[in-house]
Design a protein around this ligand. Structure first.
Ligand code: AR6
Length: 304
């Protein structure tokens, strides 16, 4: 009797095990609902499909995670982006950049915020070649620039710039400057970063930062305390150009941005502070890690 029971138990266990193994295998292809519709599917097959899904699907992200909500559909499962092995940069972080001419050091300030709210002399817009607006930073800047006589102030200024260029669109890496309208800044640089990340594109991204800094430096801003007096531009804020709609890899973009800004500040004592503004969106932590890696690679030391 006992022998009979153990044979039955053994056979049942073997069936359950093999059905579960099949479930794990077919779980790649079927949702458990689909599996349940397959006629005569044993519960262990359902269990196998379900177990496969639970093990393979990414954990639901927190508010700033890069992936959308988990799916129980039969769509291909997205593998989560590997987390960089570096802690996110604390925000704000300030780095001093020594000058080649021995004048007082400049600051690179990496902070959380919105580009359109920065109180620097110049803010930079991540624009496209038409400079006639778009989404992301471009939309935020056009909106914050305000309206005059029913027209968008920044857009009108961009139209004027295009007229002076006889309508010629901007090339990747090129920058132009307009008023900042009602923003706290006085000037707004519109720069066009590249799409993608090939070697040529890296140079274009560096050029977007370089030409923004050059064009900004040539401008003057009013001195608040002295009526009618002006001084040269000293401070400028950047978003993470090309890392949104244009899809440039953020790790590479952060290193290019920080290197270009650092090298420029070493040589140009007119500029006292450059801000890198990290926006709190779904890539917030990834961007912070990208900048942590960049400042580490460049051996910049944060002020305590
Ligand atoms: N302040 C600071 N950073 C921001 C803000 C903000 N208000 N909003 C978004 N970001 P994107 P791109 C970050 O797409 O990749 C437009 O349609 C965002 O998290 O604005 O250079 C233009 O018209 C991302 O990391 O610029 C062009 O067609 C970064 O800003 C195209 O997008 C850049 O994202 C330019 O694409």
């Amino acid at each position: 009797m006992t022998g009979k029971i153990s044979k039955v138990t053994l056979a049942a266990s073997a069936t359950i095990l093999s059905a579960t193994a099949l479930g794990l295998y077919f779980g790649r292809r079927f949702s458990w609902k689909q599996a349940s519709l397959l006629g005569g599917t044993p519960p262990s097959l359902l269990f196998g499909c379900y177990a496969w899904r639970i093990c393979r699907e990414p954990t639901p992200p927190g508010p700033s995670g890069p992936l959308g909500p988990p799916s129980r559909s039969s769509a291909p499962i997205r593998v989560p982006t590997p987390q960089p092995a570096i802690d996110p940069i604390p925000l704000p972080s300030t780095f001093l950049i020594e000058r080649e001419d021995g004048s007082p050091p400049a600051k690179i300030l990496i902070l959380e915020g919105k580009i359109e709210e920065q109180e620097s002399d110049v803010v930079v817009n991540a624009a496209n070649s038409t400079i006639r607006g778009g989404s992301g930073v471009d939309a935020a800047i056009h909106q914050a620039g305000g309206m005059k006589d029913g027209k968008n102030i920044i857009d009108e200024a961009c139209v004027e710039v295009l007229k002076t260029r006889e309508g010629k669109l901007l090339a990747d890496g090129e920058s132009v400057i307009t008023t900042a309208g009602e923003m706290r800044a006085t000037w707004c640089v519109h720069t066009v970063g590249p799409h993608g990340s090939a070697l040529k594109k890296k140079k274009k991204l560096a050029s977007a930062y370089q030409t923004s800094l050059e064009i900004a430096m040539a401008q003057e801003v009013p001195i608040k305390e002295e009526e009618g007096a002006v001084r040269k531009v000293q401070t400028i804020s950047f978003p993470l150009v090309s890392t949104g709609v244009f899809g440039f890899p953020r790790g590479k973009a952060a290193l290019i941005a920080t290197t270009t800004i650092r090298d420029f500040l070493k040589e140009h004592s007119q500029l006292t502070e450059v801000r890198i503004v990290i926006f709190r969106d779904s890539y917030f932590n990834e961007n912070r890690c990208a900048y942590a890696a960049a400042v580490k690679k460049l051996e910049l030391t944060a002020l305590a």
